[in-house]
Design a protein around this ligand. Structure first.
Ligand SMILES: *[C@@H]1O[C@H](CO)[C@@H](O)[C@H](O)[C@H]1NC(C)=O
Ligand SMILES: *[C@@H]1O[C@H](CO)[C@@H](O)[C@H](O)[C@H]1NC(C)=O
Ligand SMILES: *[C@@H]1O[C@H](CO)[C@@H](O)[C@H](O)[C@H]1NC(C)=O
Ligand SMILES: *[C@@H]1O[C@H](CO)[C@@H](O)[C@H](O)[C@H]1NC(C)=O
Ligand SMILES: *[C@@H]1O[C@H](CO)[C@@H](O)[C@H](O)[C@H]1NC(C)=O
Ligand SMILES: *[C@@H]1O[C@H](CO)[C@@H](O)[C@H](O)[C@H]1NC(C)=O
Ligand SMILES: *[C@@H]1O[C@H](CO)[C@@H](O)[C@H](O)[C@H]1NC(C)=O
Length: 450
């Protein structure tokens, strides 16, 4: 592992003077893990594997996690990220902006909510083990007793009966990466109060699934397409990557586009996978890469690829001729503190941040700005063509919830045998129940009043 990290770090030290680059690179490492955490049941950090492909995903059978909590790194990372000016729509003077007549449901605070979540690990059976924090032994439960309170309006709690009535004979898809899967599980848990879903399909890796709600004839899908565009991810029989990801910036992933016209509703989100090492293609020709030292290719930066991908997919949605109701969700922040994922970073806070107590990390701010810019252009075109495109701008409200990640409790009873055990923390995905449930409150509110 240490060797693996050095391999990663040395190329970066060439760019020491460029803090932004370094910060992106760090986040890139960190999030690579985040998603890997999700995909594999468990991970093994094999020095051999790490040395060649530190971010390779493995879907092999469960292995023990052994992870040094303090991995030495060869460069000095700036600890405190400088605040970045981020544009939050709706925070402007609203009297002069008659577009947002109602209020901005994404701007507000987390306030105490003694009533707590509407489901538990006992009532919901679809939550992934890694996000079933209470079952895994998380000792504190205070994080369950908060609700999102928009500043200038009421946000009703999710009404499952109302939602399912709206969804009669309809089809809904969550399209994206493991955070989209986290999100669909939250929705399934909430809906299970009214009707249990029947799983009718899963792919080989259990990453894409379809459920049916028989008494409402409602079909709910999750499609695993972490890049949304065509990507080749090379893995050998053990699931170990043998080559860099190849990303086709001018081709969408047919996994979701082939089905797109069957969906009445969709929530689409991109994000952190774009931080990984990748070779970029356009017109089937290599045009550059992100983070590929030694390859004699132009470093184009993940921003280049992310913007192209979003533009392509939003253009597909607005010009498809299919009048779906599409939510475009913004990126989700992580909360590793006192280190990164590879250097003992944790997320052991037990209360939310208040507005102004935390700054968005550079990488999240950059991603979100690209998302907003591309969304705004597409939404204008969409409205002319009868396509409803809504922003599900969960980045900022999620940033205020450092207390609600699994942390060490992504594993079952991590400290049962040794209370000082060194365990890998997950400070990216969200515990269920947890604040990701409020994303659904925002979805329903947007459907009803948006
Ligand atoms: C909002 O805009 C109105 C008119 O443009 C102006 O009178 C008012 O002072 C502004 N308020 C704030 C808080 O900027
Ligand atoms: C704002 O919108 C309302 C209704 O949509 C309209 O009646 C009003 O004149 C608008 N105000 C301005 C300043 O455009
Ligand atoms: C639910 O979590 C509690 C701890 O809060 C635990 O005792 C119980 O075994 C869990 N149940 C299931 C079904 O995971
Ligand atoms: C169920 O919904 C689908 C559309 O999602 C529709 O084609 C089908 O006819 C419906 N089935 C029944 C029994 O209403
Ligand atoms: C793509 O490549 C083909 C041949 O490989 C060429 O004919 C075509 O003009 C290229 N298209 C673009 C947009 O560059
Ligand atoms: C790198 O690529 C350029 C242009 O494609 C080429 O001229 C140069 O010889 C290459 N350098 C190496 C070391 O391969
Ligand atoms: C949280 O973790 C930090 C180390 O990252 C540790 O210093 C601190 O004591 C922990 N706080 C609690 C409440 O466990």
């Amino acid at each position: 592992m240490v060797k693996g990290m050095r391999f990663e770090m040395n190329p970066l030290s060439l760019h020491k003077q460029n803090h932004v680059f370094v910060k992106f690179a760090v986040s890139f490492l960190l999030l690579g893990l985040g998603f890997r955490l999700f995909v594999s049941d468990s991970i093994r950090y094999s020095p051999v594997v790490e040395e060649t492909h530190p971010l390779s995903e493995k879907t092999e059978s469960p292995q023990e996690v052994s992870f040094p909590a303090q991995t030495p790194v060869s460069i000095d990372f700036p600890r405190k990220e400088e605040p970045v000016s981020v544009h939050f729509p709706g925070k402007e003077n609203q009297t002069s902006q008659n577009v947002t007549v109602k209020c901005d449901i994404f701007s507000g605070d987390w306030i105490p909510d003694p009533s707590g979540p509407i489901y538990t690990n006992e009532s919901c059976h679809v939550m992934e083990d890694h996000q079933n924090c209470m079952r895994n032994g998380r000792p504190d439960s205070g994080f369950l007793y908060w609700r999102w309170n928009p500043r200038d309006c009421e946000l009703p709690k999710f009404d499952s009966a109302k939602f399912l009535d709206l969804m009669r004979d309809k089809s809904w898809a969550f399209i994206g990466d493991s955070i989209s899967r986290n999100h669909v599980q939250s929705l399934l848990c909430i809906l299970s109060q009214v009707e249990q879903a029947v799983e009718v399909y899963h792919d080989e890796e259990y990453r894409s699934k379809i459920w049916h709600f028989p008494s409402h004839n409602f079909t709910l899908s999750v499609i695993w397409t972490p890049f949304l565009i065509k990507a080749a991810i090379f893995e050998d029989i053990n699931g170990v990557s043998t080559s860099e990801i190849q990303l086709h910036l001018d081709e969408l992933d047919e996994k979701w586009t082939d089905q797109y016209k069957s969906f009445d509703y969709a929530i689409i989100a991109g994000g952190k996978w774009f931080l990984k090492t990748a070779i970029y293609y356009e017109n089937k020709t290599v045009v550059g890469c992100h983070h590929c030292p030694g390859k004699n290719l132009t470093e184009l930066g993940f921003e280049f690829a992310y913007r192209k991908a979003l533009r392509l997919l939003l253009n597909f949605i607005t010009s498809s001729g299919h009048k779906a109701f599409v939510f475009f969700r913004t990126t989700t922040p992580d909360h590793f503190e006192n280190g990164e994922w590879f250097s003992g970073g944790t997320c052991n806070r037990t209360v939310p941040f208040k507005e102004g107590e935390v700054d968005m990390k550079d990488v999240d701010a950059v991603m979100r700005n690209i998302e907003l810019e591309e969304y705004e252009k597409a939404a204008a075109i969409g409205s002319e063509k009868g396509v409803t495109l809504k922003l599900l701008d969960t980045t900022h409200l999620s940033l205020l919830r450092p207390d609600a990640h699994p942390g060490p409790y992504r594993q079952f009873q991590p400290f049962a045998k040794d209370k000082n055990a060194k365990v890998q923390n997950d400070c990216l995905h969200w515990c269920l129940p947890g604040p990701i449930d409020s994303w659904n409150d925002l979805v329903l509110e947007t459907l009803v009043n948006g």
